[in-house]
Ligand binder design. Structure first.
Ligand code: BGC
Length: 254
């Protein structure tokens, strides 16, 4: 069965029909640049463009880079603050001519996809996926069950918002070496998260996970196993589609 997934990111909005048996895109994805500022109206127009590109008329799952309760946006750290309080599910459904729309946090979507089809497959106990990108997203699982909206990217690290120090954007903006970023930023961040949750496994996602060999081997002193995400760029799209199917089947989403 195919269901449509859309991933709203700080720089791009991308989507494709997803083959839920394989956990992979059924067709090459379509991507448009995120409008700046990323207002609800501007982003909704892009979501419509991505969905229409495929002539899609079924259920749609959408990720959002902030806290989502029900289908209402509660925080917007790296997108326009006009999103806060918007019922994104209802708004996007209206813009899509009434298609059913399910909305969830971007890292939660990526985590759900990784736990089913990627690096977390079959893993029990506490597993934490962290996406290192523009911000830091988190998805916490216990025996495969998601605790949604954990927002561990906003833990405090040395008096700063952790994502401002350990995200991939922080490495680029501050022109940090891989070694400095890995040992002084990511390792310290992981140690802090490990102190709080003692997970068995950390899965590191986000675009930078493609370059995992440049920084994961440099990280020392963490008890948990640390592995790169396997679905990489498509995890959000796949997880969004999975969430839309769960909702359609009437299963409790969270
Ligand atoms: C947001 C999270 C999001 C993460 C990755 C953070 O700034 O607060 O909700 O998952 O960025 O996009």
């Amino acid at each position: 069965m195919n269901v449509f997934g859309v991933d709203i990111g700080g720089s791009g909005i991308k989507g494709a029909p997803v083959d839920l048996e394989r956990g992979d895109l059924a067709e090459p994805r379509h991507k448009v640049l995120t409008p700046q500022p990323a207002t609800p109206d501007g982003v909704a127009g892009c979501v419509v463009e991505v969905v229409r590109h495929f002539g899609w008329t079924g259920p749609v799952g959408v990720t959002f880079p902030g806290v989502v309760t029900g289908s209402t946006i509660r925080t917007a750290a790296n997108v326009d603050k006009g999103w806060i309080g918007v019922d994104a599910g209802r708004m996007l459904s209206e813009r899509l001519g009434g298609l059913p729309v399910t909305v969830l946090n971007d890292a939660d979507a990526a985590g759900v996809a990784e736990m089913t089809f990627g690096a977390g497959r079959g893993r029990k106990g506490t597993v934490i996926l962290l996406t290192l990108g523009t911000g830091i997203g988190s998805a916490v699982f216990v025996d495969g069950k998601l605790l949604p909206n954990t927002e561990l990217g906003h833990l405090e690290l040395k008096g700063h918002d952790a994502e401002k120090r350990a995200s991939s954007k922080a490495r680029e903006d501050e022109d940090l070496s891989w070694e400095h970023w890995a040992t002084k930023r990511v390792q310290k961040y992981l140690a802090h998260v490990e102190m709080l949750f003692s997970p068995e496994l950390f899965i590191i996602g986000g675009g930078v996970s493609r370059k995992a060999d440049r920084f994961l081997p440099l990280i020392k002193g963490i008890r948990a196993e640390i592995v790169p995400a396997e679905l990489q760029n498509n995890a959000g799209i796949v997880g969004a589609a999975m969430a839309a199917t769960a909702e359609k089947a009437g299963a409790p989403r969270r």
